[in-house]
Write a protein that binds this ligand. Structure first.
Ligand SMILES: *[C@@H]1O[C@H](CO)[C@@H](O)[C@H](O)[C@H]1NC(C)=O
Ligand SMILES: *[C@@H]1O[C@H](CO)[C@@H](O)[C@H](O)[C@H]1NC(C)=O
Length: 551
């Protein structure tokens, strides 16, 4: 899968090398050579190869004992000789030596740009006099990654090369391209009136470029898209604009690449989760069988997985890459395989899953769960609280779609803190700041019905009722409306409150939640007669993916 057909191959100039620390005569080879594979968006301008976007790379084999390159730009460059470690040249310019004193014979080289600012302008490849450029290992499938600063690897140690995109592609032995840019939105005009990915993806360069990309240059087998964190501030109140832009974006990409498997990954912290999911559903329900929405919110939570509020650390990127690996592997296999579901959970009946929601520092002690029968569970949960803008608690859950009714009997609830909570939760996604509704018991208030209608916004109490365990609870979702009620006998129900017009994703999670409201202790709740009526999502459903839940 070469990016262009060379007109001139291997014009060799003999010169006496001066000033690059080598007395031997050398050959200056043209970078426009069929034996060099270029990945990313490279332009040929005269006899120079110019890369745009981060993580662009060139691969070739060469003979002889030395390698140098001549650049027309100053770039933060990484290179690798003979499959060794990546070496960094932070301000590479003019002629730079990449290898000396190699064993005579065949060697391999890879040269890559670190960030979107590092546009490589490659003028010459310099080898020993009688040496040559040879074809590298045969080209593999290409996977294209589209995203913002996360996909570009911003704040990681090696930029694009330590991003989840680079890591997962390399570990699958795939070639890859990163069409990503820090601060980029999906929609146009969101920050400093900058173009969003909805237009910039179709261009050569990442920034204010009108020249259309030539989609015949390469054909990815898979495209992975992760967008939404930068749009959230702008479109929070009108997420329909984002959804419409996203589904149009996906349609345009589908027009360019009819065979590609397109993975739309939720933003890891759940930004604009619902409209992202909805955009994918609009295409899959119209018949696109090679497009998948992947919920990445259980993959990385705060703590050592993040460098700051928004950017995963090197470790966080490694986790994302590990989680993404089986999805790409399944669909790039010949023949293609079904998407993986969660690993079987020997500690839980049926399709129940469990995890602590929230970063390790706010969860405190790890929670756990046991069951006596398919509808009787005991949950041990720690965590700061379920409330304000972020939650920390133990969750036992299933995936659900559209309308559900969940009923349980809270047999007992032992807690130290009066703000501890145990009850039924409906949750958009598994990141700490997810929109959610909980109908639970609390020592302070009896039965409480509260919700966080918008991600990362405040949680509000909708109603409460004087009651103590044992007590029956019923939480119902009907479209955008939620109803909470309680009962002493499970037959005659008293309403606690109702919440109307909540914009929650169509596919979401339902289950049981326990928080001790104090990360240094664990509280315990026993639930019996647990029933979920409604459509519970099934494994293998094309648009919906159950997540492995352990890091
Ligand atoms: C690519 O190179 C050609 C030839 O020099 C030039 O006309 C064109 O503007 C370049 N495009 C980009 C995006 O660099
Ligand atoms: C290029 O070099 C690599 C690593 O040395 C080797 O595995 C590969 O077979 C070489 N390619 C060819 C076509 O010889």
């Amino acid at each position: 899968m070469l990016l262009f057909n060379p007109q001139i191959s291997g014009i060799i100039l003999l010169i006496l090398a001066v000033g690059i620390g080598c007395a031997a005569a050398q050959s200056l080879l043209d970078p426009i050579d069929a034996n060099i594979q270029y990945y990313g968006r490279w332009n040929q301008s005269d006899k120079t190869m110019i890369s745009w976007w981060p993580g662009a790379y060139a691969k070739f084999n060469f003979t002889g004992t030395t390698l140098a390159i001549k650049l027309r730009s100053t770039v933060d460059l990484y290179y690798k000789i003979d499959g060794g470690e990546y070496m960094q040249l932070p301000e590479a310019s003019e002629t730079v030596q990449l290898a000396e004193h190699l064993e005579p014979g065949l060697h391999s080289a890879l040269i890559a740009s670190k960030t979107e600012k590092d546009s490589i302008q490659l003028q010459k490849i310099i080898v020993d006099t009688d040496a040559n450029i040879m074809p590298p290992a045969p080209a593999a499938n290409i996977v294209e990654f589209v995203g913002d600063s996360i996909t570009a690897g911003l704040t990681t140690s090696r930029g694009a090369l330590t991003s989840y995109a680079w890591l997962v592609a390399e570990s699958l032995g795939l070639e890859h391209t990163q069409i990503a840019y820090p601060a980029v939105c999906l929609v146009d005009g969101c920050s400093d009136a900058a173009p969003g990915m909805e237009s910039q993806y179709f261009k050569w360069k990442g920034w204010h470029d009108d020249e259309n990309w030539d989609f015949s240059r390469y054909t990815p087998s898979a495209i992975v898209i992760m967008l939404g964190s930068n749009d959230e501030k702008i479109v929070q109140q009108e997420s329909s604009r984002f959804e419409e832009a996203y589904s149009n974006f996906l349609k345009r990409i589908r027009t360019e690449f009819q065979e590609a498997h397109i993975f739309v990954i939720s933003e890891p912290l759940g930004a604009l989760f619902a409209p992202t999911q909805s955009a994918v559903l609009s295409l899959t329900s119209a018949g696109d069988k090679q497009m998948y929405f992947v919920d990445s919110t259980p993959w990385v939570q705060y703590g050592k997985a993040f460098n700051d509020e928004a950017h995963p650390s090197d470790y966080g990127h490694e986790v994302i890459a590990r989680k993404l690996f089986p999805y790409l592997q399944a669909k790039l296999a010949v023949p293609t395989q079904p998407l993986p579901g969660p690993p079987p959970n020997p500690n839980l009946p049926g399709i129940w899953q469990t995890m602590d929601i929230g970063g390790e520092e706010s969860v405190g002690l790890p929670g756990s769960v046991s069951f006596d029968s398919a509808d009787t569970f005991t949950l041990w949960g720690s965590g700061k609280d379920i409330g304000s803008t972020q939650d920390a608690f133990r969750f036992v859950y299933q995936q659900a779609t559209v309308n559900t009714v969940v009923t349980v009997k809270v047999e007992s609830h032992s807690a130290f803190a009066s703000c501890a909570k145990a009850g039924i939760m409906v949750r958009e996604h598994l990141a700490a700041s997810s929109p959610n509704v909980i109908l639970g018991m609390s020592p302070a208030d009896g039965v409480i019905f509260q919700s966080r209608p918008i991600r990362s916004m405040d949680t509000k109490l909708a109603g409460s009722a004087r009651a103590s365990s044992p007590c029956h609870l019923k939480l119902e979702r009907k479209g955008r409306d939620f109803f909470g009620s309680w009962s002493t006998d499970g037959e005659s129900w008293e309403p606690v409150a109702e919440l109307r017009g909540l914009n929650m994703a169509k596919d979401y999670y339902v289950g049981l939640a326990v928080t001790s409201c104090d990360p240094s202790v664990v509280s315990v709740a026993k639930f019996s007669e647990v029933k979920i009526n409604g459509k519970v999502s099934q494994l293998g459903k094309p648009h919906l993916i159950l997540q492995p839940n352990t890091l």
